[in-house]
Design a binder for this molecule. Structure first.
Ligand SMILES: NC(=O)c1ccc[n+]([C@@H]2O[C@H](COP(=O)([O-])OP(=O)(O)OC[C@H]3O[C@@H](n4cnc5c(N)ncnc54)[C@H](OP(=O)(O)O)[C@@H]3O)[C@@H](O)[C@H]2O)c1
Length: 322
């Protein structure tokens, strides 16, 4: 038996501009696999940035996380959170090909979705959340310390804020003036990025910061981190560029084996926090799945003010290509 699904994909080596929407027949889940009927797809900057990098996949899948309902389980399939039955609400990360109305994925990457966690929020919890957890981990941030966080109003930023605040960490977070309130809402002290940032940050921490976490990737973020943090080992960026490499600061990414192992190991804990309402995922917009290009275009603008989710239509999803 097969399942008909709609999905987005790109030709081998092509970027996000060449994404196409197509109908596919999915085979039943094999051993250790689960078929998820997708109710929301998470949208991340990595989705478009990573397209074109994979030299082998043809077509290239897009989308690393979803929320949905289990439609079928293959033999010996046990969820990452344990158990699993048809009809269970779940979320899945790190998967490939998440921009789809249904996906077959390894059961170990699927977690029961707590009752209090919405579909759009669940679909956007773990890529940003595990990245934030790793940034705090690799910089060795301790209770009572003051740190600077660049990109504090973004998806990674608000997750860092929420994971750091309960641990008694003081976070001074850079954001646009328009998103200062986002930083404040999640326990951070907002400082507007742009000309004069170093002076404004020094006012908040005359002796400098214990660590810098960069989710903005600008020269300004790098320069102020280097100026205000004495120990380079305690500066991390998730937006690797040539200057960061030349400066010898730590750079992490989900495709690095150590990062992948750490991030996989914290998924269950983050799902629990979100289920208890202690890790919130602000949603800025939702789009029908067939309007994924529009969502990516908005995200590329750089100031989404929250997460985006793609929502598949009724089965089969009607193709509404512009
Ligand atoms: N290496 C990894 O494993 C990894 C994982 C996740 C994300 N990332 C990368 O981390 C970055 C952030 O991801 P995200 O999901 O948090 O993105 P996002 O939700 O789109 O947020 C973007 C952030 O960048 C800020 N920003 C925009 N222009 C800026 C500028 N000129 N100076 C300083 N900050 C600026 C925005 O602030 P305002 O909206 O207030 O302007 C916002 O906080 C992306 O580049 C993404 O690719 C890397």
């Amino acid at each position: 038996m097969t399942t008909t699904a709609w999905r987005w994909a790109a030709p081998k080596g092509a970027g996000a501009d060449e994404l196409y929407f197509e109908q596919v027949e999915l085979a039943d889940p094999g051993p250790g696999e689960v078929l998820v009927d997708v109710r929301a797809c998470g949208v991340n900057p990595a989705d478009h940035k990573h397209l074109g990098r994979d030299a082998d996949a043809d077509p290239q899948p897009i989308g690393y996380e979803v929320a949905g309902v289990i439609a079928a389980l293959g033999p010996d399939a046990v969820l990452g959170s344990g158990g699993g039955a048809v009809g269970d609400p779940v979320l899945a990360f790190r998967i490939r090909g998440g921009y789809a109305s249904a996906v077959v994925v390894p059961a170990k990457d699927v977690f029961a979705r707590p009752a209090g966690l919405g579909e759009a929020e669940a679909a956007n919890l773990l890529l940003a959340g595990t990245t934030a957890a790793e940034m705090l981990h690799v910089t060795g941030v301790q209770p009572g310390e003051s740190i600077v966080l660049h990109g504090a109003s973004g998806a990674v930023g608000v997750s860092v804020l929420q994971q750091a605040a309960p641990a008694g960490v003081r976070v001074v977070g850079t954001a646009s003036a328009a998103h200062a309130e986002v930083v404040r809402r999640f326990g951070g002290e907002p400082v507007t990025y742009g000309d004069g940032l170093e002076a404004r940050l020094r006012e908040r921490a005359p002796d400098g910061f214990a660590a810098a976490l960069d989710a903005a990737g600008t020269d300004e973020a790098l320069d102020t981190s280097l100026a205000l943090v004495a120990d380079r080992e305690r500066i991390v960026t998730v937006v690797t560029g040539p200057r960061a490499q030349a400066a010898g600061i730590r750079s992490i990414g989900g495709t690095m084996p150590a990062s992948a192992a750490f991030r996989d190991s914290v998924r269950g804990r983050l799902v629990e926090l979100a289920g208890n309402g202690r890790l919130v995922v602000p949603i800025a917009r939702t789009y029908p799945l067939d309007r994924a290009r529009e969502a990516l275009e908005f995200l590329r603008g750089g100031h989404p003010g929250g997460k985006l989710a793609l929502v598949p239509g009724p089965d089969p999803a009607p193709p509404r290509l512009e």
